[in-house]
Design a binder for this molecule. Structure first.
Ligand code: UDP
Ligand code: MG
Length: 320
């Protein structure tokens, strides 16, 4: 079986209200660019609603559609990895299930890839409709601090919505890490990567599956995965504290020698509290790296598939 020209990979968690509209819009956009040589790979990331039943029904009706059911909720980045591992297209589109990323951008992305001979066309968010001021400002701050910290250039205001060539995807899939920050990993592989600007729409239905806790985790994965600056920062704090403590020791010694060393509960408390806080902070930071090292060292599989529904469930790379 020859591989299809395009795979559209979509991680889904509690997206039953979006699936119908999603599939029809993705189908329309894909047909427009590659005729019938495409596949849509839906990954059910342990949804608690009727998403999986709906995916099965959709896959039964449409032979372009393949649905993968993960054994539980593995998280957005791992669900996406599962879909990417199992898709077979020559080009791969990654898109969210909630239609915040418009499938209608696909023809423009394809054209851009051809025109510039690029391996990756990543979509940069110009406006973000329907998202809270907190989400928008925290995202903005996050992308900017990350690009300061990271050792490689990670494009700002860019999610996972992107079109990739097969060789770029194969390079991405050769990175084995557990803590996956895919938009950073794609930047890391290199090749020619070009932006395309779009306006991010509101969610079609349902609500965000990225509460603050998941956002913080993704941010920590991003920073620890792409920068050791926090560790350097820790040793810099340490050096400054050593310098400060030498001055303090001299001051204390002078006070003791001149016999005037009594008062000073306030300053003592200040030193104890500040030092304690700094130490805990630095330890926590080291712990973030250490914890990830521990998780990586277990070398567990990234995800577990429980079943696959749809035409390709035995063809090509699917089903292995
Ligand atoms: N998602 C997932 N697993 C999760 C959380 C989210 O597969 O544990 C999917 C979700 O269905 C959507 C994409 O990841 O397709 C982005 O999630 P969401 O739209 O909730 O995030 P936001 O756009 O609000 O940042
Ligand atoms: Mg969304």
């Amino acid at each position: 079986m020859s591989p299809v020209k395009l795979s559209v990979v979509i991680p889904c968690y509690n997206e039953e209200a979006c699936l119908d509209e999603l599939c029809s819009r993705v189908t329309k956009a894909s047909t427009e660019v590659v005729g019938d040589s495409y596949e849509i790979v839906l990954v059910n990331d342990g949804s608690r609603d009727g998403s999986w039943a709906m995916m099965q029904a959709l896959a039964a009706k449409d032979d372009k559609l393949v649905a993968i059911n993960l054994s539980r909720n593995h998280g957005h980045q791992l669900a996406l990895t599962a879909g990417l591992d199992l898709c077979s297209g020559e080009r791969i589109l990654i898109i969210d299930a909630d239609l915040q990323d418009p499938p209608e951008l696909l023809p423009a992305m394809m054209a851009e890839m051809d025109r510039l001979q690029a391996d990756v066309v990543y979509a940069v968010r110009r406006a973000r409709a329907g998202e809270t001021a907190f989400k928008r400002s925290s995202a903005k701050l996050f992308y900017r601090s990350l690009s300061k910290l990271a050792d490689i250039e990670i494009p700002v205001d860019t999610g996972d919505f992107r079109l990739m060539s097969r060789r770029a995807l194969d390079a991405l899939l050769s990175l084995p890490e557990q803590a996956r920050f895919i938009r950073g990993m794609v930047a890391w592989i290199g090749f020619r990567q070009v932006p395309i600007v779009y306006d991010r729409a509101e969610r079609h239905a349902g609500r965000t599956n990225y509460p603050l806790s998941k956002m913080v985790r993704l941010a920590l994965d991003a920073v620890t995965g792409f920068s050791t600056a926090p560790l350097r920062f820790a040793s810099h704090i340490g050096m400054w504290l050593v310098a400060a403590s030498i001055l303090l020791i001299i001051y204390i010694a002078v006070g003791w020698l001149s016999g005037s060393a009594i008062q000073g509960w306030t300053s003592l408390m200040l030193v104890v509290v500040v030092l304690g806080a700094v130490q805990m902070f630095v330890l926590g930071m080291i712990g973030e790296y250490l914890g990830r090292l521990y998780i990586e060292s277990k070398r567990r599989p990234l995800y577990i598939v429980s079943e696959i529904a749809g035409r390709s469930a035995g063809d090509g790379r699917l089903g292995h």
